[in-house]
Design a protein. Sequence first.
Length: 178
Amino acid sequence: MIIGSRREGNCLYLGKKIVSMLKNMRVPVSYIVPGNQKIYLCTGCMDCDQKGFCDFKDDMIGNIKRVREASLLIFITPVRWNLLSSDIKVFMDRLNPLYAGHELEGKKTIHIAIGAEGKENYSSEGAITSLGLFQESANMICLGHYTLNHCLQVQDQKKQEENVNYILRQVKKNIENL
């Protein structure tokens, strides 16, 4: 699971609920918070296309290993100006060695976007679209995409128990059907 916010907020709150649910299902799971790691920005040098690895020595070395071994990637992003978070974007950029080597093809994904306001103001759909375009270009398989809106503070998510439980049920169903 890749959590696109370094705050102890909505993304981490929902991520921990998913981790707890998956552990109860005896599904091995872990999460990465790119914003809390040392990850250099991609310079676009494209050396990784030829070499199969990035020259940067940072936390993406371990992240790439984890992504390579994972059968499912769950992306949880806060919505920033109708888009996914910069931490998720940098993480995806740095997956280019896997993309160039076609190692992401066929990998399963689930996308979750959490918006501070409603769709009409800061659309979580824009973030879902960005995640979908990444997944599509890498020939990954999206099992589901979900949005949660009106969640500025964690207590806002707690007020939406029905919507949160819906997402949890859908994620569980997607994983059970693997």
